[in-house]
Design a protein around this ligand. Sequence first.
Ligand SMILES: Cc1cc2nc3c(=O)[nH]c(=O)nc-3n(C[C@H](O)[C@H](O)[C@H](O)COP(=O)(O)O)c2cc1C
Length: 204
Amino acid sequence: MNVLIAYYTMYGHTLAMARAVAEGAGEVAGVQPVVRRVQEFEAVDRVIDANDFLKNIREAQKNIPVCTLDDLRGADGFVFGSPTRFGNMAAQMKQLFDSAASLWLKGELEGKPAGLFTSTATTHGGQETTLLTMMPPLLHLGMIVVGVPYSTPGMLHTEGRGGTPYGASTVAGPQGELRPTPEDLAIARALGRRVAEVTTRLRS
Ligand SMILES: Cc1cc2nc3c(=O)[nH]c(=O)nc-3n(C[C@H](O)[C@H](O)[C@H](O)COP(=O)(O)O)c2cc1C
């Protein structure tokens, strides 16, 4: 059974979260996590070409294949991750959803579970709005949305870090200077595990 972890990142935080989600999914017997990056826009690639820091982040992902429609088709469960852009998902991630119309027409993704994760620069920069506004495409495609229950360790907190019932999250810092905290990564692993468990139960 495959759980597809499809993410977009520019500064690496969502990639770190994707790796943690994949770790968690891989802890469930019989589940194979499949990590895919979302296609970058050519215009953004040109911006990255002129920035050594961003080039290093791109280089770190060179062995991760770009997510295709066949990857979506072949997955039994999903976890999608996008950094926040003005309180919403990145356009690159929206492009992946928008490209899935042919799968929607045939109902190919219906009944499959899907979870979400995100990264914001600031504590109140829109983690919840991003995760909630990533849900409508999943619901249109017929997926079953999986969140993070408050029984998950680290969820009941008042600290300046991630962890929402709508999905896993992290705070990158205004200059991207922060890294996902151990708690953020643990919640991301728990989300991966939960989606993998739900996938297994739905398929059995
Ligand atoms: C166009 C643009 C819009 C952004 N909008 C927000 C925002 O609304 N709230 C916020 O906290 N951060 C915002 N950010 C910062 C990103 O969310 C941040 O760079 C990202 O979480 C880092 O994740 P990554 O390392 O995976 O790229 C924005 C960044 C860009 C480039």
